[in-house]
Design a protein around this ligand. Structure first.
Ligand code: VGL
Ligand code: ZN
Length: 196
């Protein structure tokens, strides 16, 4: 069985949003057009409390996009984004949502970021996504959405490590930073991942 994982198609990652991904809106129609090919369609949703420690606003002495050590993990400091209950945190109205069977929220713990849909960045807690996929006999996952260099990448890396045949849909994802994305692409291929 094959699942589509739609990562963080939320207003804040789209043009005009708090952490916009260049041309991020262009992936939505691609995602809508492929959904019917899958046995299961799942979405993830970045869902931060307003005082989340990944926000630069919580670190007086730092700026947006600075890299710091946060409780022993490397952390990029982001603009406030995807705050629980805000319009920016909502899945885009342009995304076909009737097919989505479950939405897994992440980034809820204020002290640790969570790029992957499976685990937080320290692998301390899981979201329940792996158990859900196992219960539905999913062996292959195709990952799409935003952003290619963060949540899509780390979701796909975790999927590989959990033993799924894992594909990233190139036309259905866009990075925040094209240059930095190159190394991550290599790492994914090195780990056995596929690009379609
Ligand atoms: C994301 C940065 C911070 C993402 C989420 O969805 O890729 N990136 N939070
Ligand atoms: Zn976030």
């Amino acid at each position: 069985m094959k699942a589509l994982l739609i990562v963080d198609i939320q207003n804040d990652f789209l043009p005009g949003g708090a952490l916009e991904v260049p041309n991020g809106d262009q992936v939505i129609e691609v995602i809508n057009s492929v959904q019917s090919k899958y046995d299961l369609v799942i979405a993830t949703q970045d869902w931060h409390p307003s005082l989340h420690q990944s926000f630069a606003s919580q670190h007086i002495e730092h700026n947006v996009f600075d890299q710091i050590d946060l409780n022993g993990l490397e952390q990029v400091l982001w603009p406030d984004h995807c705050v629980q209950g805000t319009k920016g945190a909502e899945l885009s109205d342009s995304l076909e949502q009737r097919t989505i069977e479950a939405v897994f929220r992440k980034g809820v713990d204020p002290l640790i970021d969570s790029y992957s849909g499976f685990y937080d960045n320290g692998r301390r807690k899981n979201t329940g996504l792996h158990g859900y996929l196992q219960d539905r006999s999913i062996a292959e996952v195709h990952v799409c959405g935003l952003a290619a260099d963060f949540c899509v990448h780390f979701t796909a890396m975790d999927a590989l490590s959990l033993g799924y045949r894992t594909v990233i849909l190139s036309k259905a994802t866009k990075p925040i930073d094209r240059e930095q994305y190159m190394d991550k692409k290599q790492a994914f291929i090195q780990a056995g991942g596929l690009f379609f």
